[in-house]
Design a protein around this ligand. Structure first.
Ligand code: FES
Ligand SMILES: [Fe+2]
Length: 323
């Protein structure tokens, strides 16, 4: 029995950093309880397909080769487009009509390759976050980045951000006195302001103000101002129903600092943020999901969060699931 009775929510999830997927590259990945192949065509466009060839099931991520914007299977040389259509069978004139690989919609935004997962293959109903600061004047050009694979579920990670009392016990900071959260359509919009100590900068006190948006359960986009003004993109990509591959990227506003000064400062500042993320891991990896938690005054808006999160699951009976 899964610790999390949810299944995998539909939404946008990072499946690679853009720098991992060079032109002509093929990557094998396991997300959404399935094998995937990522490739970047010669036009520069990134594609994500289910990995097993529609012919006799070879793994396209193991020996598959990019030709133009198509991928050639290593086993018998069939070629699939990035949209999943079989465009060539080297030894047959007619193609079986059903010869298609399942393609996942892809967006590439701000150095992340995003894939849309939906268990019934429905088209995207919203978009991943735009990051106006990415490659903008005055901002560091690349993510200071971190990643972890942990035993939890994206919903549990997202619920953490509205769980006020844990800030004191896990993160050693006061629950933000100035805070607000709104659940709007597919997004959570929230802000919080508090004081914290930056462990990687000698424990310096930092007055922070954090404004965030979570479009769906797969990601969060945060503008964070304190000693350093930063933008954070965090991705929570399900490996399967019990594991998440988290990506955490930080860019900073140079604000007159030299490149050298900025590099060390941003690294130290972001390291402290990453340490704060890691503080939650022992709880997340070992807790259970309580469907009927005993809540009290002072708890965050957990019931409202859960009602909002419910929209990202396909109700039973599931119909044609993505298999
Ligand atoms: S298994 Fe891919 S071409 Fe035969
Ligand atoms: Fe936390």
């Amino acid at each position: 029995m899964s610790r999390f009775p949810f299944g995998i929510p539909f939404g946008w999830y990072p499946v690679a950093w853009s720098f991992e997927l060079e032109k002509g590259a093929v990557l094998r990945r396991h997300y959404f309880s399935r094998e995937l192949v990522l490739f970047r065509g010669e036009s520069g466009e990134a594609f994500v397909l289910d990995a097993y060839c529609p012919h006799l099931g070879a793994h396209l991520g193991v020996g598959g080769r990019v030709e133009g914007d198509t991928l050639r299977c290593p086993f018998h040389g069939w070629r699939c487009s990035g949209a999943g259509d079989c465009v060539e069978i080297p030894y047959a004139n007619r193609k079986p009509a059903s010869a298609r690989a399942l393609a996942h919609p892809v967006r590439e935004i701000a150095g992340f390759v995003w894939a849309w997962y939906h268990p019934k293959r429905e088209a995207p109903s919203f978009e991943p976050p735009e990051v106006p600061e990415w490659r903008a004047e005055g901002w560091t050009p690349d993510w200071t980045h971190y990643e972890w694979t942990i035993r939890t579920h994206p919903q549990e990670i997202a619920e953490n951000s509205v769980d006020w009392p844990h800030f004191h016990h896990i993160h050693h900071m006061e629950p933000p006195p100035d805070r607000a959260v709104r659940f709007e359509g597919h997004e959570i919009r929230w802000h919080a302001a508090t004081t914290k100590n930056v462990s990687t900068l000698g424990g310096a006190a930092d007055e922070i103000r954090v404004v965030g948006r979570n479009p769906g359960l797969g990601c969060s986009y945060v503008r964070y101002s304190g000693m350093l003004e930063t933008v954070i993109v965090m991705g929570m990509t399900p490996v399967d129903e019990e594991r998440v591959h988290m990506r955490f990227g930080v860019i900073g506003k140079q604000a007159g600092r030299s490149d050298a000064e900025m590099a060390g400062f941003q690294q130290a500042y972001a390291d402290d943020m990453a340490l704060a993320v890691e503080q939650d891991f022992p709880i997340w990896e070992n807790k259970v999901y309580r469907a009927a938690p005993r809540l009290c005054e002072g708890d965050g808006p957990v019931p409202e969060f859960r009602r909002w999160a419910a929209q990202f699951y396909v109700a039973d009976p599931p119909g044609e699931t993505l298999r």
